[in-house]
Each structure stands twice: as C-alpha cells, then as structure tokens.
Design a protein. Structure first.
Length: 425
C-alpha cells in the first residue's frame, strides 16, 4: 500500500468496507471478516479492530499499534494522525513526536500543527517557535504560533515573525485563494498580551472600515477588547461609530456581567423596537436568562411576523423560550398558527414541531411528526448511490447475512466493477 492508494480508497471506499458497516460487523461478532479485510489493507476495518483492542483486550495498546502502524508507515496523514493521537493519549509523547516529525518536515500543514501542539504540551516553546516561526506566512500556522505561546513572555518576538500589517486589511473575499491574508487580528492579540491596549485598539479601529468594506471580525474583536478592559465610554461610542451590532453585543454582556440588567435591557430595546432582528434576538435571550420569558416572547413575536421567509431562526428561539417556560403545548400551537397564517412548506412546519417535542422530552412524538417526510426505505436502498449501497449492506449485516453484505459492497463500490458497468451502459 502507499499513501496515494490509501487516500483514494478512503474517499471512494474502493475495495474497503465503509466504517458504518465495519462497526456493525464488529457489533454482530463478525470479527473474522474484519481481520481478513484489515490484513488486506482495509483501513476502516483495521481502525475498528484497533479501537476494540484498546477498549477491551489485555495488551490492547500493542495490538492496536500492530494493526495501524503499517498504514502510518506510508506517511498517509489519517493513519499518522490517528497513531500519534493514541501515543499522546497513552503519554508516549516522544514517540508521537517522532512519528509526526518526518511528515512535518515536508511542510505538511496538519502534521506541523500537531507536532507544535505536542511540543507546547511538553513546554518546549523554543522548538514550537522553531517549527512554526519559519512558516508564519501561513495564516493557520501563524494563528497556532500565537495561541501556543500565550503567557510565555515572547509576544514581541512572535510579532516580529508574523507578516507585517499592510496598508489595509486583505480583501476578505480573496484571502482564501491568494497568499495574502489579514494579519491585523493576530497583531492586535499580541499587542494586547503585552499590555499595549491603546495600540491594539487603535490598530483594530483603523481596520474596521477599509476601502468601503466593513470588517466584521475586526469590529467584533475591537468591541470585545474594549469590554475586557472596562472601556465602557469607548464601547458606547463605538455603537454609533460604525460597529453598532458588535458593540451592542459586547456592551450588553459587559453590563450583564456587572449585574446592570435594566441598563442592558434598555440598551437593546431601542434597536429591537425599530425592527433590528439581531437586537431583538439578543434582547429576548437576555430577558429569558433572567426569567422574564413572557417579555422575551413579546419581543420576538413581531420580529417573526416581519421576517418573511427568513424567520426560522427567530421562530426557533421563540419556541425554545416558550418550552423553557414550561409551555410546550403553547409552542406547538404557535407553530401551527404561524404556518396557518403564513403558509409555507409542510415539512418546515413538521421540523419546527419536532424541535419543540424533542426539547420537552417527547422524542417519540417528534419522530412520528417527521415520519411522513422520511424517504421511502426501499427507494433509498436501491437508488444506485453510494449511500444506498452502504445502507443496504448495513441491513444485510443486521439480518445475519454478512457475506452477502460484503458481496453487495464489492459489486457496488469496487472501482474496476463500477468502471466496467459505467462503460457498458
């Protein structure tokens, strides 16, 4: 086996038994099938046997490693990650580091991240910086570097390793497909950790609006920063300086944490009353947290009526508050009345009713509510899709016909047979 072949089979199940079927085979005692498949290079079966060995068998750790190490030896990431995770869990950290390092040295992002986390866990911060510092042009790894060095008094050094803040924030719609990325949040974090609060706030403030674009992450981070450091006056000012939604949320939490509930409620009432659905949502949650369920419901009712076809999230919260007040039947009545007046999809109505029923512990009624909308079993099992093939194999295992299940999977999922079948159509 090699990593490329393993990756292909992991994605397609070509020649392998899918994990849900492997789990059922184990549950029903068909261990011989699993062992044969694992010996033939089936990762899902090997993984399932390894999990069982760790959970139940004496000497299970050694048995699990024997099953998984041939896969990890190829450098295939899912196996390397799994084995390294087990080693770390068993406090064999040095062995986990040794396993990860060769792949990390090739620049494999996930391996680098996991290696750095293990090194940080052992207190090897110099090595963490050595591993992540040269890769700090990678946004994900730069974030990891900042996170893993918190409290180590190396913030100025880490800031120097990061890409500098440019003339403006990176276009959020391009950052995922170019090498450029937004360094503002990480630099602000490092400034704050050094106690340079004014500089952190100024940096974020300059980048809330850039070239006509509002950067929500910057606005939210600035609001949270001001709240953490008790800068209530600046936070209140920010609510009218272009960061209303984020500043309101942070200021409301700030006031609530200090027991200033009437002020928090008053802060949200004005925007909620003018039809701001987000303010109404937060106000209702605030009221409900303090036992004022009836007021919360009254705040949300008009919002649900005016949200048109985009009201699901409001109705969801409204029903949760009514149920938490011990009035599940009222919540059901509200759902039915809402859909009777507004029309809409019957399935959506059933989903809303099922949510209410599940939240108040009436799971059987919830299942019955959704039953008419479930896909017909036989149609699903024989629809020719991969999911259908797997579901049919699961049924055969439950019926005590594991060999038929394997034969069905081989016929439906093995690459060569599928290719021949498609070409002969």
């Amino acid at each position: 086996m090699d990593a490329a072949d393993l990756d292909h089979r992991h994605r397609t199940y070509d020649g392998w038994i899918p994990p849900t079927v492997a789990a059922l085979l184990h549950e029903h005692g068909h261990h011989g099938i699993l062992r044969d498949a694992a010996a033939g290079g089936d990762w899902f079966c090997a993984h399932r046997l390894a999990e069982a060995a760790v959970d139940h068998a004496p000497g299970g750790q050694a048995a699990a490693l024997a099953l998984l190490e041939p896969f990890a030896g190829t450098g295939w990431w899912p196996a390397v990650s799994t084995v390294a995770g087990l080693l770390a869990e068993w406090e064999m950290t040095d062995e986990a580091i040794a396993l990860l390092r060769p792949l990390a040295d090739t620049g494999h992002r996930k391996a680098v991240r996991e290696l750095a986390r293990l090194l940080a866990g052992q207190g090897h911060i110099d090595q963490v910086v050595a591993v992540l510092g040269p890769r700090s042009a990678d946004q994900s790894l730069a974030s990891e570097l900042v996170e893993l060095t918190v409290g180590r008094d190396r913030d100025a050094e880490i800031a120097a390793l990061l890409p500098a803040v440019g003339l403006g924030a990176t276009d959020p719609f391009e950052s995922r497909v170019t090498d450029a990325w937004d360094t503002v949040p990480l630099h602000a974090v490092l400034l704050e950790r050094q106690g340079r609060i004014d500089e952190a706030a100024a940096l974020l403030g300059r980048h809330v609006h850039v070239d006509g674009i509002m950067y929500a992450d910057h606005a939210e981070q600035l609001a949270r920063l001001l709240a953490r450091h008790g800068r209530e006056t600046e936070l209140r000012a920010f609510t009218v300086e272009g960061g209303e939604e984020y500043a309101l949320s942070a200021l409301t939490e700030f006031l609530e944490e200090r027991g200033r509930i009437p002020e928090a409620v008053a802060l949200l009432q004005e925007p909620a009353g003018t039809g701001n659905p987000h303010a109404a949502f937060h106000l209702a949650e605030l009221l409900a947290r303090h036992g004022r369920h009836d007021e919360a419901v009254e705040v949300l009712r008009p919002v649900a009526e005016s949200a048109g076809g985009d009201s699901d999230w409001i109705i969801h919260l409204l029903c949760r508050i009514i149920v938490d007040a011990g009035r599940a039947d009222d919540a059901l009545a509200y759902v039915d009345d809402y859909f009777a007046r507004h029309g809409g999809n019957r399935h959506e109505q059933a989903l809303a009713r099922a949510y209410v029923l599940k939240r108040c512990g009436r799971a059987a009624e919830a299942d019955a509510e959704l039953a008419p909308f479930a896909r017909l079993d036989e149609e699903f099992l024989h629809d020719g899709t991969v999911r259908g093939a797997i579901a049919f194999a699961e049924r055969l295992v439950r019926q005590g016909e594991p060999q038929k299940a394997i034969a069905h999977l081989r016929d439906r999922l093995d690459g060569a047979k599928v290719l021949r079948r498609e070409n002969l159509r």
